[in-house]
Design a protein around this ligand. Sequence first.
Ligand SMILES: [Fe+2]
Length: 208
Amino acid sequence: MERSCTTNRVDLCERYCYRHKYRMDHLQHSFSDSRLYQETTCYESGISAIAERLLEAICVAFHAECRIPIRDNSYLQFCAYADQYRREDREYLQDRHEDGNLLTLVKASHEGLVIFPRGVPHKVDILEDEAIVFTGSLLTVLSGGRIPFMDHAVRNPPKSVSRSSLVYFVLPDLKVPYARLTDRSPVHLEALANQLHQGFGNRPFTDK
Ligand SMILES: [Fe+2]
């Protein structure tokens, strides 16, 4: 279970993660033969390439070289908002937060996403052939504050609906220093990334 950074209330969904960096370990298990696993790896292959292109475009906008390896540190997450977890007293199934990463790419089966540009809630509809991209605070730091992170949440619908989403969290290799996109000053993202990830109730990405 994860929770929003700002409260102790857990998100009202189940989560399943796939990490490309563990793919060789997966091959030792029979689930890697399943159609679900095969389609997951296929999706990760496509979405990671899109994320790399997005980061390249951002670096180009800053006239900076893009040297940000992401694939082995990013991960795919399937969120299942089953009806059994809904509670009447919650405005959101997942409270307002930002993801503490570089980017997040989301596809969802139903509406429910809310973003907070300049703090104002705004409903988002994602069509079947669309995804939405959120910016995270690691990108805010990397861009010297030029790219703000986007808070978001998942609304608790007035009546029951089984909603699922497929989320790709884009994270850089945290063991290497980066140059800020603005003034090229050195920046280390490891401590901040770990701190933010632990804020959701997770273990840190990296150990000492
Ligand atoms: Fe999120």
